[in-house]
Write a protein that binds this ligand. Structure first.
Ligand SMILES: [Zn+2]
Length: 328
């Protein structure tokens, strides 16, 4: 199949979706993207169980807040019961320092990020932030922005190009259509307002789920210490890490007195948390190094930053690889 035909196919299939993305579309496309990412997912029961336990704490609180009509309008625009029954966090094998969600059932915590966390509070804060993007339907908003700029959706073609067999190419291209706008969105990422809103909502989930409110900004502070905050806010799509740390401190200071009763011990601290980190590093290193893992890792690397205000070299390289595949 020629490149032109592939592109036409992608555009044609996208047209019915162009008006406005619905939950159903976002969920289907996120599931399709997940199939591509799955080879990088760490399936170890102990790590999966740990992540789901933390996630469960976040989701239970979010559901109660939802029942109390807490959150932006976008949270209430469609039935949102699926957000509380199917949300799944995954550890994924990636050397990039990031976390990401495709907006449906899946949220990804990169192993590099887990290794950088000094405490469970830091990990939980990032998870609560990711879940907040789902809660506020930020991916749906982002995809609608991409549909308006239909050309960007062609990034999805890369999934078709990962299969060498020409017969499979057309099928893969069709399957990739769903993820086209999603990937294109993934490339551009959330807006600065969406990130700030996810910090706001995420803080509420995190604090009510019992982690230390004063520690919500710790991971951003750690990133500043690692030198990730060198882009002036005006030149970035993201709020600066410094402003996110300051906002987190202000939120903690503004909590009502009863917030002290929300505190619960972490699921894993100290040596137990360090053991989970070591286990994840070991398992990530042992994943079979084949083409499907490479593709999954490239997609994860290419996803936009959810945390850092500037791109890491691996992210720039992965996007160049995708662009090159499209150009062939
Ligand atoms: Zn984010």
């Amino acid at each position: 199949m020629t490149t032109t035909r592939l592109l036409r196919l992608l555009l044609l299939a996208l047209l019915p979706l162009a008006a406005c993305a619905t939950d159903r579309q976002v969920i289907d496309q996120a599931n399709e993207a997940h199939r591509q990412i799955e080879p990088a997912v760490i399936e170890d029961p102990m790590l999966v169980g740990y992540l789901q336990e933390l996630g469960g704490r976040i989701v239970v609180e979010a559901q109660q807040l939802s029942q109390a009509r807490f959150g932006p309008k976008s949270h209430f625009k469609e039935d949102n019961s699926w957000m509380f029954s199917r949300a799944t966090f995954h550890f994924v094998n990636s050397e990039t320092l990031n976390a990401f969600t495709t907006g449906g059932d899946h949220m990804y915590i990169y192993t590099q990020l887990l290794q950088q966390c000094r405490t469970e509070d830091e990990l939980a804060a990032v998870m609560a932030h990711e879940y907040a993007h789902v809660y506020a339907r930020h991916v749906q908003k982002g995809m609608n922005r991409q549909y308006l700029a239909l050309g960007g959706a062609l990034v999805g073609g890369v999934l078709g190009y990962t299969l060498a067999d020409d017969d499979k190419l057309e099928v893969a291209a069709l399957a990739a259509v769903g993820t086209g706008a999603l990937l294109s969105f993934a490339n551009k990422g959330f807006t600065r307002d969406d990130e700030a809103e996810a910090d706001d909502l995420g803080f509420e989930f995190y604090a009510r789920a019992g982690w230390d409110p004063a520690r919500f900004g710790d991971f951003f502070q750690a990133m500043i210490d690692l030198g990730y905050d060198t882009t002036p806010e005006l030149l970035s799509d993201h709020p600066s890490l410094k402003s996110r740390v300051a906002a987190a401190k202000a939120r903690a200071a503004g909590l009502p007195p009863e917030a002290s009763s929300w505190r619960r011990p972490p699921v894993a601290e100290g040596a137990k948390f360090a053991a989970l980190q070591a286990r994840a590093a070991q398992i990530a290193a042992a994943l079979p190094k084949d083409q499907s893992l490479e593709t999954a890792k490239t997609l994860l690397d290419a996803a936009a930053n959810c945390l850092a205000p500037r791109d890491q070299p691996r992210q720039v390289e992965a996007r160049a690889k995708i662009q090159a595949a499209l150009g062939n």
